[in-house]
Write a protein that binds this ligand. Sequence first.
Ligand code: NAP
Length: 474
Amino acid sequence: MDFTDLYIDGTWKTSAERFDVINPATEEVLASVASADIADADAALDAAERAMADWAARTPRQRSEVLRKAWELMTARLDHFAHLITLENGKAGTDAKGEATYAAEFFRWFAEEAVRADGLITRAPASVARIIVQHKPAGLAVLITPWNYPAAMGTRKIAPALAAGCGVIIKPASETPLTMLALMPLLEEAGVPKGLVNVLPSKKTGALVDHMLHDPRVRVVSFTGSTGVGRTLLKSAADQVLKPAMELGGNAPCIVFDDADMDTAIEGTMLAKMRNLGEACTAANRIYVHEAVADEFTRRLSAAMSALKVGDGTDPSVDVGPLVNASTRDKVAEFVADAVAKGAKIECGGTVPDGKGYFYPPTVLSNVPETADCVHDEIFGPVAAIQTFTDQDDVIARANATEYGLVAYVFSEDFKRALQVCERLDYGMVGLNRGLVSDPAAPFGGTKQSGLGREGGHEGMLEFMETQYISASW
Ligand code: NAP
């Protein structure tokens, strides 16, 4: 591996302490990566502060052109990044290429948004004052990302932060720091000034991030990961009243009505369940199928899941790679065992294979009882858990009965009914007759304990900006 050190102020810095990154398909060590400590965090904050002074003063068009160049360069190297993603995360080639493409698109989208930080000028309704509203870069941003999308969860934060004029320090997940490190030479080539983006892998995560969140130069904390860690970060962020952007866990319901087009429902559910091997906050976690079509749906979904080829994601014929690590696989196996003990039926899969690699087969469970743990927690693996319903109000109530509110999926050909259902679902996003909602041009984010703020769309850049209002008379 070429880039395994800390990236601070545009240079590579080694460290006394290092940690191993494992290939989940082979369980072999891929690389030994430098682990940042508090002094490194301070150096990165100093560098980001210096770089941001110049960057924020550049015109939006100048910032836009650097981001556009980053998109061009990354798009020309998708295979390279997809390969790295597969090596450290495990996801199969097509999935990894999809992620690399999605990741690159954030640079293009925010190149376009950088020049559209609209303000407002208007007459005060009851005085001679004019109300002038403008947006300014918020300050240094600390970005913390999970292992399930080693490229996209980073670019989804870096691109809007840079478009807004902010400098950043990114702390990638310890399982998958290599992709983000490999992106840094590309950003240099695109014209990102040294020091503006710093990458600090670390095994002292909690202390390192907490230290940065208490530095008075930091104004934004943008986190993607579990709800538990999100709560901890919100508490830390409270001390300096930072702007928080929190993309947290999910427990997505997927509702298939009896008037759904069955081809669309199967294709959409497969995508919602199996994109990223189910290791996604957006993964369909609870699949509610109308009783009238449940047998056909279960049979066809099981056939589609069984047809997927499991193996090392670097093999182009493989559809499904390994889970990211042993504990994630063990948790998936426990969810299945718990559901079966409570009455669920295994339609396909359900057995941990022998041999190296953290593989788990695509699995379909039917008759999943409401008491099963997988109904209440994120499965984060390739297990489709099917329940049935007959009544629309009842299924909406069951879908909403969770502390999460990231995304829901609805399959129905009756648009009047479908839109009524969408509006009653307490979720930040709904996929209607679609198993994929992620789009750089759309505001991604959840309600309730799935998070605060939005990434992508027009909202994404505003997460890194402060609104200033000037009351003026002339
Ligand atoms: P995680 O355990 O919360 O870790 C995410 C990141 O937080 C990692 O970089 C991790 O570093 C860091 N971290 C852990 N403890 C921390 C602490 N005390 N202070 C500061 N940072 C800390 O989540 P994960 O297991 O990597 O990812 C899976 C979760 O992410 C799922 O719940 C999933 O739903 C959620 N997710 C949400 C979205 C969304 O957009 N809503 C997208 C993707 C994933 P280390 O790796 O060094 O521990």
